[in-house]
Ligand binder design. Sequence first.
Ligand code: NAD
Length: 353
Amino acid sequence: MSVFEMPDYDGHEDVAFFADKATGYRGLVAIHDSTLGPACGGTRMWAYADSTAALTDALRLSRGMSYKNAMAELPLGGGKSVIIGDARTAKTPAVMRAHGRAVDSLGGRYVTAMDVGMTEADMETMASVTRHVAGYAQPGKSGGDPSPMTAWGVFCGIRAAVAFVNGSDDLKGLRVAIQGVGNVGYDVARYLKEAGAELVVADVNDKNVARAVETLGALAVVPELIHAESADVFAPCALGAILNDTTIPQLKAKIVAGGANNQLARPERHGAAVTARGILYAPDYVINGGGIIRVCGQIYDWSDDDIRARTTRIGATLTEVFAAAKRDNRPTHEVADEIARARIETAKISKAA
Ligand code: NAD
């Protein structure tokens, strides 16, 4: 089967395969769409079963980045790269340089950021051979860890969802159940606490639970039950696939809005199931767009104030998605995909004119 026949091929502009005999490096870069700007998305290093699995992931994730960047109103297209191999055993500086050279050979049409299996040190190693790297602490540039901006965007998104359901964005006295109080979840909890919300948290890492309990007065519950808490908002900030056949019937919150990626186990099935239960779901890739806004700000040298203002706008974007979904009685993630596609198509038409 060629790339063009693969189910996840979606008119991708470019898919490039790279190998380096000396190091055993094998990787690929997928550029889904560059209408809005250079394609940007992280490098993922993973022990894929075979190259078809790696290609499938690159195709799927690069399209996801086109949508995410469009919904964040960024001058960036969608791309993603993968390195085939176990990051714990197969990653060496020479492999990272080989990948950096692969990225560089695309001449800036693709800019990489961090994803699963990458560390700041790996980004620095890549940066020794290409300047098309962003999303880590770079000397002389603002930016670095995108988590704080992701958390701010998630908080703005929760506020927008609450306003949509309650007619007021007042969070005072509302109960929010947060799954995962790591980098993103803890900062979301902090903003919610400042806004007067009551917090219920769960995490498999006891230290992170203790931090939320001690510094924010959160109530801790066992991780297995956090999604079923009696709460106004359920905020998944840990792993993907938390909205599935088992958890959806057990949800008590009327709003699901959190930073985790890929919250719907199977988008077509579980997006519809959440909608059928009358629960408002904030599409994950829209509400967690603050991180990529931060990365984009580093690429284009935006001020911190500008980056924050753009991240705050995630709330307004979500309101637009919620309103269209309600009007048409459709799942919010479908509506978000449609708006993203329309933004890219509109830009295409105006570029061609
Ligand atoms: P993190 O590792 O700092 O935090 C995740 C937390 O979830 C950890 O404390 C972990 O112990 C906890 N956790 C793991 N499994 C759990 C379970 N079963 N139940 C409860 N808690 C569990 O990661 P992060 O950077 O905060 O990212 C959180 C989520 O947000 C991820 O899905 C990530 O892909 C997504 N995301 C992060 C960013 C960012 O800027 N960091 C941007 C976009 C999306």
